[in-house]
Design a protein around this ligand. Structure first.
Ligand SMILES: Cc1ncc(COP(=O)(O)O)c(C=O)c1O
Length: 485
């Protein structure tokens, strides 16, 4: 029987078709425009004034408000010259996969709700576990991102290594360069700051294994229970990789859980540079974000574990109202995702990645990731030719950090100068480059993972940054001279 569309359905359909076409075109041409769509106060006031109406408004009007007022402003992270943040550019294919998945709106907490989709996610997770070199017992689950993946792994680690009556003695080890989400996740599961050790790093920004071993031994001697080391494969600041094999050896010797935060860097496993991650296969768990270097729309993170039981131990629940779902999963020989993570209701997050890999193939994906290595090298090369530019950490993965150090400015002024260079570049709309701090100094950081950024653009970004630094230096020297008079 054919059911006629009602007026609302017709409106939604018309708006959806127009909106999708417009949006596709907007995304396709994004890199021709500025890296930031600045919002002005008037727009913010308009959004405020819209409030929440008692009676609905015409759909077309609200769609236009969404496009022009609500969603249309901000950093264009998908832009080819936006190099400011790790969660980076999205492929149009992922965007389409995401729309299909959200359009079907499967409740992806249980196998029965989306049996074939769940199978596709499992095939994908198994393939990713294989890339990591994990054994056949391994599994994983999609999370909203790296932060939740790190927290999920910390819970699994605690439950695997600490009896409940010793949770209060558990000690975890991270490095000075570990992403803040690791300590945040530990905090969320009740590990206080006083039992999170920040291990110093070496000159390459890697966790120092001698310091790690010393700290663990000291804690053991103090009667505490070291239970977890969080190593990083691709740090947020510099792209450094901790000495994974050596850390695994220490974890093994002291019976600690080894988690690797590969939110950014695990994608290197798919490339010809995979040897950089030697030792990752020894980890108990691994964070891997597809919304970073696998070009997926947010939110698409993963936690992989070398043994499925380590997630089941922490997260499997069997309430009476889910028994029907449990039985159908058992028939399918698949594990319900809700038994592997803190979430019950969840979107089918993995489907867009599965869809993307079906379209691109693993080789296409590898080529796209490898381009990031080239971009960082071109940036470093251009910086080394630029007078007054100092490469602080060389190209590692898709990262390079640097600062401009013109003569005649003191340390505080140099920090200020580099900050201003970042702000002015952003305001110019040409590129998005942010600052971070290394060794107490403000530095600029390029994280260049866009597959369509060209060598010419990368070099031009550096040249424009250098020109801005020259201009700012001239202004600041004037100010410094003025103040000292
Ligand atoms: C190494 C690393 N771990 C974890 C995270 C947090 O990931 P998310 O923002 O997806 O929660 C990031 C984010 O940039 C990261 O670079």
């Amino acid at each position: 029987m054919y059911t006629r569309k009602n007026d609302m359905e017709q409106d939604v359909e018309r708006a959806a078709v127009r909106f999708v076409c417009d949006l596709f075109e907007r995304n396709r041409r994004l890199s021709e425009g500025p890296v930031i769509d600045q919002v002005d106060e008037e727009v913010l006031r308009e959004v405020e004034a819209m409030g929440i109406p008692a009676e609905g408004r015409p759909l077309e009007d609200v769609v236009l408000d969404m496009e022009h007022d609500v969603i249309g402003y901000g950093y264009n992270c998908d832009h080819a010259r936006f190099m400011g943040m790790v969660p980076g550019p999205t492929s149009a294919v992922s965007w389409l996969g995401d729309m299909i998945a959200s359009g079907y709106n499967r409740h992806a907490g249980g196998v029965a709700n989306y049996p074939a989709g769940c199978r596709a996610e499992q095939v994908l997770l198994r393939w990713l576990c294989n890339q990591a070199g994990f054994p056949q017992t391994a599994t994983g689950v999609f999370t909203s991102g790296g932060s939740m993946a790190n927290m999920t792994a910390s819970i699994a680690a605690r439950d695997a290594r600490l009896p409940q009556d010793r949770w209060g003695d558990g000690v975890a080890y991270i490095s000075e360069q570990t992403h803040s989400s690791a300590a945040k996740g530990l905090h969320m599961i009740g590990v206080p700051d006083a039992r999170i050790r920040k291990i110093p790093v070496d000159e390459g920004m890697r966790m120092r294994v001698d310091e790690l071993e010393r700290a663990i031994t000291a804690d053991e001697q103090a009667g505490l229970r070291p239970f977890l080391v969080i190593a990083t494969a691709g740090t947020t600041n510099t792209g450094a990789v901790d000495p994974l094999r050596e850390i695994a050896g220490i974890c093994d010797a002291h019976d600690l859980w080894m988690h690797v935060d590969g939110a950014f860097g695990a994608s290197v496993l798919l490339t010809r540079y995979r040897d950089m991650l030697d030792g990752i296969e020894l980890a108990d768990s691994l964070t891997w974000d597809a919304h970073k270097w696998l070009f997926q729309t947010y939110s698409c993170g993963m936690v992989l574990v070398r043994d499925a039981h380590d997630l089941l131990r922490s997260f499997a629940t069997h309430p009476e109202y889910l028994k029907d779902l449990e039985e159908s999963a058992a028939e399918d020989a698949l594990i319900n995702p809700w038994e592997l993570s803190p979430e019950l209701t969840r979107p089918a997050r993995g489907i867009k990645l599965w869809f993307t890999l079906q379209v691109m193939g693993s080789e296409g994906m590898a080529r796209s990731i490898e381009h990031g290595f080239d971009l960082a090298r071109w940036a470093e090369d251009e910086l080394r030719r630029t007078p007054g530019a100092e490469v602080v950490t060389p190209a590692q993965m898709a990262m390079c950090t640097f600062r401009f150090c013109p003569d005649g400015l003191d340390a505080a002024a140099l920090d200020e100068l580099n900050q201003r260079v970042s702000q002015r570049m952003l305001a110019s709309g040409y590129a998005g480059i942010f600052t971070t701090e290394i060794g107490g100094k403000k530095v600029l950081r390029i994280c260049a993972i866009h597959p369509r950024t060209s060598e010419g653009e990368m070099r031009e970004v550096v040249r424009r940054l250098a020109a801005l630094a020259d201009e700012e230096a001239a202004v600041m020297r004037g100010v410094q001279v003025g103040t000292s008079r």
